[in-house]
Design a protein around this ligand. Structure first.
Ligand SMILES: [Ca+2]
Ligand SMILES: [Ca+2]
Length: 214
């Protein structure tokens, strides 16, 4: 019996702010609280999510000039990735999806597909991974593959998730503008013109690329 392991990732990352937290005027600061990083950040807890990329600055924001100033983004990122208050963000996700779908002058998202995607993104931010399916680290085409298959009714073929060398922005652009049935491998696929980082990530943990110029 095939065992399918679905791992939902909604990883929270914390900004690390190391540095000059010690006062130069008071060398007796050894008894200061050890949570100075939180003090430097300004609050304690989640500041960003590593689920679906560009969930906020592209899919959620309604500000076209300076997305980081959109007050909705911080509250979304600070939410538990599996317990986001859907009502707060649903309308923005929905209206933005209509806007992106219309960029190419062709309606590619059905009402049902749009409703499902908006419901998911407004209530949670995670990726679905199926470890029983193949992953090609060197030529990854897994990002949103499971999500797209679920929306179109097809069977997914890859492990899903986002590997370091995936061109996730091209996937995102085609997904939003050309619909969940579209692929970055299509002849008429959209591209931002940048297919990879200067150096590809290594396939072994911690996946760091060689330094540029070496
Ligand atoms: Ca479209
Ligand atoms: Ca790209």
């Amino acid at each position: 019996m095939k065992t399918t392991k679905i791992i939902a990732l909604g990883l929270l990352s914390l900004l690390c702010a190391y540095g000059c937290s010690q006062s130069t005027e008071d060398d007796s600061a050894s008894d200061q609280p050890t949570d100075s990083e939180d003090a430097l950040i300004g609050f304690k807890g989640s500041v960003d999510q590593v689920g679906v990329v560009e969930a906020t600055t592209i899919m959620l924001t309604t500000t076209t000039i300076a997305p980081p100033l959109d007050s909705a983004l911080d509250s979304y990122n600070q939410s538990d990735p599996f317990r986001i208050a859907a009502g707060t963000y649903k309308n923005a996700f929905a209206s933005n999806l209509v806007k992106f779908d219309g960029i190419d002058g062709k309606k590619d998202w059905s009402a049902d597909q749009a409703a499902k995607w908006v419901a998911r993104m407004s209530s949670a931010n995670f990726q679905v991974i199926d470890t029983s399916k193949p992953c090609n680290f060197d030529d990854p085409h897994t990002y949103l593959e499971i999500e797209r298959a679920a929306l179109t009714g097809a069977a997914h073929e890859t492990c899903g998730g986002r590997m370091p060398n995936e061109d996730a922005l091209d996937v995102t652009m085609n997904f939003l503008v050309r619909g969940p049935a579209a692929s970055v491998n299509d002849q008429d696929a959209l591209s931002d013109g940048v297919d990879q980082a200067t150096q590809k990530a290594d396939s072994a943990f911690p996946y760091l690329a060689d330094l540029n110029g070496l």
